[in-house]
Design a protein around this ligand. Sequence first.
Ligand code: PLP
Length: 385
Amino acid sequence: MHASASHDSVYLDHAATTPMRQCAIDAWVEHAHAVNPGSQYAAGRAANAVLQEAREQVAALLGADPVEVIFTGSGTEADNIAVRGLYAASVREGAPQRVVASTIEHPAVLEPVRALEAEGAEVAWLEAGRDGHVADLAALDQPAAVAALMWANNETGAIQPVAEAAERAAAAGTPLHVDAVQAVGKVPVDFKGLGLTTLAASAHKFGGPRGCGILLARRSPVPVPLVLGGGQERGLRSGTVDVAAAAATAAALAEAVGEMEAEQARVRELRDQLVARVRSAVPGAVLTTSEPALAGHAHFMFPGANADAMIMLLDGLGIAASAGSACAAGVVRLSPVLEAMGIPDEEGMGALRLTLGRTTTEEDVARAATEIGDVVEKARAVGRL
Ligand code: PLP
């Protein structure tokens, strides 16, 4: 029994994390006894063989070479190594102390960019419109030490123009990092074909274990490592690699990519049903998610409703969802992503993110759709207090 899919609960927060796939659990358990893959004796060589097989599998599934696959401790760690490490490498080679990044990046990218800014880098921001899409990529035409554009936004699901960004960054000689944490396993990814410098993914978003990230890093330019040590993972991520987690990650990714087309079509259909039913149940509902977008995302704004009240009321009914609004020091404030999109408080404070995934059924959608009208009405009453 896993908590997220117990009999009568409805889990609509797959963008936060998704239940582990059985094939990943099996691989995880099978290799739980793996010793240090850096050891030279037979057991070490056996562990290393499992690790290399996982690396080859991940590489083939994402259009990379095995040597370009770096296992990390999270998507956050992969993002940090890429942004800070590429910046340091470029500046060392004489690049301008300039960073280009979108305003809607996940904190795993945004915070390293802000840290570089505090250390003296000039940051050129790629702005998103009200539809959640970055349209103007002109800032990429001037050389920078590093540029970052996420593949798909975690709150709205909006897919960003990464192919065009890759071309323009390459033309300016700027290394481009793409945070593909929400996209991997849901849309086809061809690292080499796109010409990206680095890409971040996270196993727990596609049915692998939590605490295992993937950094794809081209042979050159190489990020300057943030953690120094034994030199594992091409020196980019020192520390003994978790062989079982790597094997589980590869197994989950293989299954996700194998069923991608059919599964994404199924999820999209359920999502569209949910959107239509929510719109008819709630007067004034605004769908924030705008195409092109991930198939499982339905981000709504219910003007006048209190997001926290919605989450708690839904939770009381056994429905797990997320608001996307950050709670800083006890003060609920507008989500920085919605703020960056120019959404006013009145709308954005009533945000509700429903994200569907592999375990989502028609019954889940029906349950959520049946309850939502009443929940929003009550949350609007709280909003008026
Ligand atoms: N980037 C995006 C777009 C995400 O959605 C997340 C997770 O929510 C991360 C990065 C961080 O990944 P992890 O949870 O593996 O640190």
